[in-house]
Design a protein around this ligand. Sequence first.
Ligand code: UT7
Length: 315
Amino acid sequence: MTAPATPSRYSHVTGWGLALPEKIVTNDDLSKTLDTSDAWITERTGIKERRIGGTTKDLAVEAGSKALQVAGLSPSDIDLLLLATTTPDKTIPATSCAVQEALGLACPALDFNAACSGFVYGLALAHGQILAGANRVLLVGAETLSRFVDWQDRTTAVLFGDGAGAVVLEASDQPGGLRSWSLAADGSLEHLLLCDLPGTIVMKGREVFRKAVAAMMAASQEALERAGITIDDINLLIPHQANTRIISTAAQRMGAPPEKVVEVLSWTGNTSSASIPTALVDAIEQGRVKPGDLLLLVGFGAGMTSAGAVLEWGS
Ligand code: UT7
């Protein structure tokens, strides 16, 4: 599904926030209980450490609260809370309702699951609601994947981490903000990456790798075309953080130079729905995002889903 932003009402990011658990688990820590090594994990994934702990609600509340603060908004200003997560704290009710209560919001709230593409899906969903009349949407990607990892399985345990990232999207008549998006899903690929209930994450890593590169390129290309720009116009590429080799292969094939690519993977691991907003917030906090910059956000994940979006940064 692709669509350009309607040129009468725009969705700008005006607030952002990050939450990571305090506990750091290094590759050396994992090597004590698994048949693995820092050298293997670093070389094959780019991951050096990951943050573990907390609840999805608490991480989402912390990231969401920071985003409200940066936007200078009070809880009553928010018209909708969207929580992208594959790891809700409970099956019923939605974790977003607990987040809504903790943040003091008075708006509708829902969870949705598009796996690692969730945050980019969420940008498009939020924009749709802004076109329909909402003025401010709080979008959070939050995960506690450590609860669904088999800590005896070296093929997955070394990959994932916990965390949350959030943005406030505000309606504006000023051009910019979300310029375009491209969303896709292919349910025939469910067997490549899944977690039954009850159960732990299982993945066919090599196959996911191959699909991931192709999916990222297709989603990026479609989002760029929809925005009427090329990769050369992009100031920063903010990809899902699953594997540094996936990121560099896709970036190279797309023609994005390494200095334009944002990576936080080495210290976060793969945080699924939280990974793209974490990379976005880190880039902002590092001073890498300037007014007028064009950002290409691109994700892929279980489903399989994939999504790309072009975001024009406001002032
Ligand atoms: O966000 C969700 C999307 N998920 C992803 O994007 C993950 C995509 N896939 C990947 O990132 C990579 O495929 C992995 C990092 C999961 C695996 O890397 P790989 O280079 O594809 O390794 P492999 O699966 O081909 O395994 C190579 C070898 C195997 O041993 P043998 O059969 O050659 O003897 C594995 O058993 O590496 C072994 N291996 C490990 N060795 C040490 C697998 N995991 C480990 C480990 N430590 N942690």
